[in-house]
Design a protein around this ligand. Sequence first.
Ligand SMILES: [Zn+2]
Length: 365
Amino acid sequence: MDNHRGAERDRTRHTRRAFLRAAAALAAGGETLLNARASSAAPEAAPPFFQTRGLVLTPGELEAMDCPALAKRLGINLLDFGHLVVWAAKEELGQKTMAECRRLGIDVEFGYHGPSGLLPRDLFDQDPSMFRMDEQGNRVREHNLCVHSERALEIACEAAARLSAVARPTTGRYHIWIDDGMPMCRCPKCRGLSDSDQALIFEHHLLKRLRRDDPKATVAHLAYHYTMAPPTQIKPEPGIFLEFAPIERDSRKPLADPVHAKLLEQLDANLALFGKEETQVLEYWLDNSRFSGWKRENIRQVPWDRELFLSDLRVYAERGIRHVRTYAFWFDADYIRRYGPPPFDEYAEGLRRWRLVGGKADGGA
Ligand SMILES: [Zn+2]
């Protein structure tokens, strides 16, 4: 037990030292040093290959660290606050964070699962046809909606538009996904369409509605769980972009490991349909909530693996994907007291060092 605690102290010290060293280097103009590494393969003036370098955060991280200032220092250019749209606009910390991001030129986005909140479930009693049918042929109140119900789509999209007016993404990118890991409709009209096709129908309606208020709006098609396979019958309209969230990956093994062959096949099939240009990766490298099995009592030092992360970046870069963010949850003040700051510095540096050289992504290593 004591040994264990001793080892933990060592790890903590090591992590804190590494962080302080990196922070000091950056404060003293260490950017030059980092850029020098990349510049062996590319002119220093070239912008980073990864255009979006993002973190998805919760108020816990924002209370524990000055995240906008840290992001600015590290070259993180996007903060994503998940479902906290109202928080961002109305709560004190949200308002302060949004103002800081604005001042520092850091983009802000939101990403959340929509239908259960956007189509009020008590409407089931009035009109069950708006809701999804299960495998047994019963309309059910829970989760998602029927994409062949015009009324369901209209109500949900109106609600999404109202919520989006409370706090808008600064990039025009809207991430409003179907319910988390829940099946879509199996009614006679929907049955012939995969969940990916049905999700795309919902996204097309969202796009059309959101563009009435925000002409530059684009909408995510989330490849995740039931929607990991690409749509086959509905074609994405311009303004829909792919968002790849490999939650089922093994985060202890790099994506290049054969265990992920099927996942990469699905990514490639999606890229062939949606194109690589606007594709977003939503990763789990720093998701300590996932590493903890979503149980607070399991929190320990995040098993960050820099080499694995850099190898994964290569997998994405070689496919021409230039927009990357990761969940970075459960690094609150208590976590930092116990384990030191999370390795945001190594995450940011890994993203910043890539350049486009002679039309090819180059990691500069
Ligand atoms: Zn249906």
